[in-house]
Design a protein around this ligand. Structure first.
Ligand code: GN1
Ligand code: MG
Length: 368
């Protein structure tokens, strides 16, 4: 079916009223396919976000939606305890005409829909440090809202998502298999990631030893997953809740740093430019730690900086694994993009190691 017709058909199934005007593809994610759709109703434009969920990555999409609905309903209640409406502070998913929060199209694809939050913006990168700090508040607050949510009620939608020990095993197997003959010539990158193994698995080992509590975590805390008010630049809502699962505070902190405190995009080819921006690191840390410090254990507090290194190393290694496997997982826009992403992360992770003491010190500044 033609893309636009399929989009319109999905809108009809979600009972969207009014006159269909247009759709556009939002290209920022690596996994799902996202459309912004505009309808005209009651004299104004009404926007919706429609998504075709990638069922190669999310094998049990119904379980993903169960998590999302449980978590958004819980946050809605929490917000309403503080203010009259939660309209712009949490996502509102639409029910299809059969009452479910998703629909399977005729070609077997899995779709869902939520209301676009008016006058909101998201950023791929931010230079304004007050907005970076605000992103820290947003992800800290997300944790706070869910602090008493029963973690065991959540479905594990991607098992072992941040199990770095297992990620290493998978990586080594892909190097060994060399399925599409790409291992030759990237020996330095492979060795670079192997050299991180001891430090990059430390967080997971602490978790396995029961030294770090499992929390409800977002697990994909890139800055583009925060919506801000377009005028005030205050945070509104955290989006992309697909990977909400039991996890560690340090990985949510760390994954945010990987993206927003990086001096470049995640696939920068000019490695001279790649490294951590400590000003941005500091601003995010301030927002995050100030919001959440009363709910963190001492070990959690002391592993935040380690989380930044770990997530950078882990994510880079996932890109390299996917490059070796033939780009099956992450969407690529050109053949060597996963390799570029992996090289960039290798440099960034090494730069974090060089600045590790300062990163740790900055966290401690906000803990006092
Ligand atoms: C993927 O598609 P997106 O951008 O929301 C990935 C994250 C990675 C990220 C790398 C389910 O997220 O884990 O950190 O790419 N999501 C999944 O930018 O694997
Ligand atoms: Mg995501």
């Amino acid at each position: 079916m033609k893309e636009e017709m399929q989009v319109q058909e999905a809108c009809a199934r979600f009972g969207i009223q009014g006159e269909y005007k247009s759709f556009e593809i939002i290209n920022s994610g690596h996994i799902n396919t996202t459309y912004q759709v505009t309808f005209f109703r009651d004299g104004q434009d009404k926007r919706y976000i429609l998504q075709r969920v990638n069922t190669y990555v999310f094998e049990k999409p119904v379980e993903v939606m169960e998590n999302i609905i449980a978590v958004t309903q819980y946050i809605r209640q929490k917000v309403k305890e503080k203010q009259a409406t939660a309209k712009r502070n949490v996502l509102h998913y639409s029910q299809a005409t059969d009452g479910r929060y998703y629909t399977y199209m005729e070609d077997g694809s899995f779709w869902r829909c939520y209301r676009y939050i008016d006058d909101s913006v998201c950023y791929m990168q931010v230079d304004d440090l007050s907005v970076v700090e605000e992103a820290g508040v947003a992800f800290g607050e997300f944790q706070l809202y869910l602090a008493d949510f029963p973690v065991s009620n959540l479905n594990i939608v991607i098992p072992h998502f941040h199990n770095t020990v297992q990620r290493y095993a998978t990586f080594k197997a892909s190097v060994e298999k060399d399925a599409v003959g790409r291992a030759k010539g990237i020996e330095d990158e492979i060795a670079g990631y192997l050299a991180f193994e001891e430090k990059a698995t430390q967080l997971y080992r602490l978790q396995s030893q029961g030294k770090l509590p499992l929390r409800v975590t977002h697990n994909d805390t890139k800055i583009s997953n925060v919506l801000f008010d377009k005028d005030t630049h205050k945070h509104l809502s955290v989006i992309d809740l697909d990977t909400v699962m039991p996890g560690l505070i340090a990985t949510d902190f760390g994954d945010a740093i990987r993206i927003l405190a990086s001096r470049t995009d995640e696939d920068e080819k000019d490695l001279e430019k790649v490294g951590i921006n400590l000003e941005k690191y500091k601003a995010f840390t301030k927002g995050f730690v100030n919001t959440l410090k009363m709910r963190m254990t001492d070990t959690e507090k002391q592993t935040l900086a380690l989380g930044a290194f770990t997530m950078t190393a882990e994510c880079g290694m996932r890109f390299l694994t996917d490059y070796l496997d033939g780009d099956k997982y992450f969407r690529v826009h050109y053949p060597t993009q996963n390799l570029d992403r992996a090289r960039c992360h290798l440099k960034l992770a090494n730069d974090m190691l060089e600045h590790f003491d300062v990163m740790q010190k900055i966290v401690n500044e906000y803990l006092d």
